[in-house]
Design a protein around this ligand. Structure first.
Ligand SMILES: O=C(O)CCC(=O)C(=O)O
Ligand SMILES: [Fe+2]
Length: 264
């Protein structure tokens, strides 16, 4: 049986700004997701690059609306949503999902940032938002796993400015936070799931290894936190039909080019 989000996870998230559920999806499910992603033409067509400050590019595809495809079944899974609902303190809406593709040897870094450092400017008034990351491949120090500053979600929102194609947090604040808070490398196995607060400071290194680091990140907003700027309606619409089943390759629809509302 797969592992579920529990009370200990809730406590950890409140204290540390993140929590991990190991083995939330089993090996068969993970094979289905990775297989689908690797041969997904629609995802490939919508994948774009982001340069870090050294000029190394990491790839991703991002979309807003949930459908009936394998990625959406994960994003609307009961396993995810029972946790998300607890952590947000109410009914969640889906903001967006990203397929992160950090390729061997070339996949670039992500600079220190808070996700709410971006989303604040998208018109979300409250930081009642979070991310859920599913490792599709092993993630470790060698292939540039996520790094977090434990407890940094309690700092509140830090100003962000541009570095490369990416927005990064004010390094004066980050430097001081690094002196006081523990830096944790979030090493994950396929099927492990990380829940993290939208004000948690995080980054990742370039992938210098021979192994790709792929992950699926779904982000959520409290329904009542409807943005005052125009956004895809998904981010304030209740999630219908929580997915109760196992994730499978053979019986699910493909992601829809038209309905997924990809970011270009
Ligand atoms: O996956 C990573 O290394 C970081 C990605 C990230 O933080 C983001 O897309 O906001
Ligand atoms: Fe992020």
């Amino acid at each position: 049986m797969e592992n579920r989000f529990n009370e200990k996870n809730e406590k950890e998230y409140m204290q540390d700004g993140y929590t991990i559920v190991k083995g939330m999806f089993d090996a068969g499910e993970m094979e289905a997701v990775l297989d689908t992603a690797l041969e997904d033409e629609v995802i490939r067509r919508h994948t774009y690059g982001r340069k870090d400050k050294e000029g190394h590019t990491t790839k991703l595809a991002l979309w807003y609306a949930l459908g009936r495809d394998v990625y959406s079944n994960i994003a609307r899974s009961e396993r995810y949503l029972e946790g998300v609902e607890k952590l947000l303190g109410g009914a969640p809406a889906h903001f967006h999902t990203k397929l992160m593709q950090k390729e061997p040897k070339v996949g670039g870094a992500w600079e220190w940032h808070q996700d709410y450092g971006y989303w604040y400017h998208d018109g979300f008034l409250y930081p009642q938002m979070l991310s859920v990351m599913l490792a599709l491949t092993q993630a470790d120090k060698k292939n540039g796993c996520l790094q977090v500053l434990r407890g940094s979600h309690l700092l509140g929102r830090i100003d962000h400015g541009m570095t490369g194609d990416q927005k990064g947090a004010d390094m004066e604040k980050v430097t001081e936070a690094l002196k006081r808070l523990e830096l944790v490398h979030v090493e994950l196995q396929p099927g492990d799931v990380l829940f993290f607060h939208c004000n948690l400071l995080h980054r990742s290194d370039k992938n210098n290894s021979e192994k790709a680091r792929w992950s699926l990140i779904s982000t959520y907003n409290l329904i009542s936190n409807k943005p005052y700027k125009q956004q895809d309606p998904s981010c304030y619409t209740p999630i219908e039909e929580r997915y109760q089943g196992r994730v499978r390759k053979d019986d699910t629809a493909r992601i829809s080019e038209k309905d997924a509302h990809f970011l270009h």
